[in-house]
Design a protein. Structure first.
Length: 160
């Protein structure tokens, strides 16, 4: 009984060893019968190291924007609130609710100046605004905005 186990283990090891490094691939002969042939493993290829992903940049930050009246037309409306999402790439998304209209647009840093930028927004009903701003950190800044109805505001970005 003990010899039978040794022979069985030796036969299993021999079978495993003889098949290692080979593929058994069925082939079809011209008469339609299936023939099994073995093929050696292909040569080992060159291992390509994974590309460095680098550090992901800072995550976008949504900042509160408050517009304070700076002329007589603007005082009729009072303080206007909105948001700007700083994408941390020199671009941002600008959103303001003004006189019941939602103005949607973008903010862009001025070339060669990482702190100054312009923002523009437009509503489907035709209201538009233009702003100039300067950021003192990626999360806080100030500027001025003018609306198409002539209202002018001092803009404060960030804070609460």
């Amino acid at each position: 009984m003990r010899i039978d186990r040794k022979i069985l283990a030796l036969a299993a090891a021999a079978a495993a060893f003889s098949l290692s490094g080979c593929y058994v691939v069925p082939m079809q002969a011209s008469d339609g019968t299936v023939q099994y042939q073995h093929y050696p493993l292909p040569p080992a290829g060159t291992v390509v190291p994974p590309m460095a992903t680098g550090a992901a940049g800072p995550a976008p930050a949504t900042l509160n924007v408050r517009l304070y009246p700076a002329n007589e037309i603007a005082t009729q409306t009072g303080i206007v609130a909105g948001t700007v999402t700083n994408m941390m790439t020199g671009k941002g998304r600008f959103l303001v609710n003004y006189l019941g209209e939602v103005l949607n647009g973008e903010a862009t840093r001025v070339s060669n100046d990482e702190k100054r930028g312009v923002a523009s927004a437009f509503s489907p009903k035709g209201m538009y605004m233009s702003c100039e701003y300067q950021m003192n950190t990626p999360y806080q800044g100030a500027g001025t905005c003018t609306f198409s109805n002539g209202a002018k505001y001092q803009m404060h970005i960030g804070g609460n």
